[in-house]
Design a protein around this ligand. Sequence first.
Ligand code: CU
Length: 293
Amino acid sequence: MKQFFTSIFILTTLLIAPSCSSDNKSSEVKISPSMNMNHEKDSMSEHDGHSMEHMNEEDHSKTTTQAKLNTPQKLAPNQPINLVIEIQDSAGKPVTKFDKFQEKLMHLIVVSDDLRFFEHIHPEYQENGSFKVSTKFPESGGYTLFSDYKPVGEKDRVSLMNISIPGSVPLPKSLEKFQKSQTISNTKVNLDFSEKNIKAGKYITLKFDLKDSNNQPVKDLQPYLGEKGHLVIIKSSSDLTTADYIHAHALKNTTDGVIEFKTKFPQKGTYKMWMQFNRNGKINTADFWVNVE
Ligand SMILES: [Cu+2]
């Protein structure tokens, strides 16, 4: 259903719907680009947790790499578009050797600027530092692509690319809301935090509780890309940077039907989370907005 969400280029008017039936007092928070004005990348240079390993690559890479996006000239919404992503060093030379991590050579997260659309795909390595993938962008508007890859022998890193799909950008069809549970196919996903509120810069455990339609804990979870679940978190910002991107790793040995992540939100703001899990070979994505104080 994510394909039907609209994308708007500027987030100033995106509101969280107050129609949420939960008691969440924060359900009328406005997502505004001004929330992102105080980026302090330097203050985020700690690297003290596995779940943070995708952050702050600029600060920690031995060498700098960049991703260049090549697309066909003619772009249109809802049409397959071939993307070619070239990984280069700072001198513009192709980076040609990569290690797999989480079973792939590259993970590509595509989001629309308003964070309604999310896609997690895996471009194929071609040669000479270039990866290829075909995908569709559901609506006209701006999208950000986070490519996550690991030059051989180094830490994995994230490079950001942008693409704009021409055409008239439709008005938002509906407002998104804060909610702590949602049902995906037959799975009820409930979100809980280890703390009452999420505080910027403090570790927190996010617990996703998965129940079947009969309200019993889900028992048929299978690994997805080698882990119990994957969580991508992106801070709502008018101009996304790699510092807005968190890819958290599921904790091991949690009980049946429970997927947990320990992570840290670097800054105050409004974040969207997408938690992906595998039931009997089918990948499901549950998404949640959260406020970080
Ligand atoms: Cu991936």
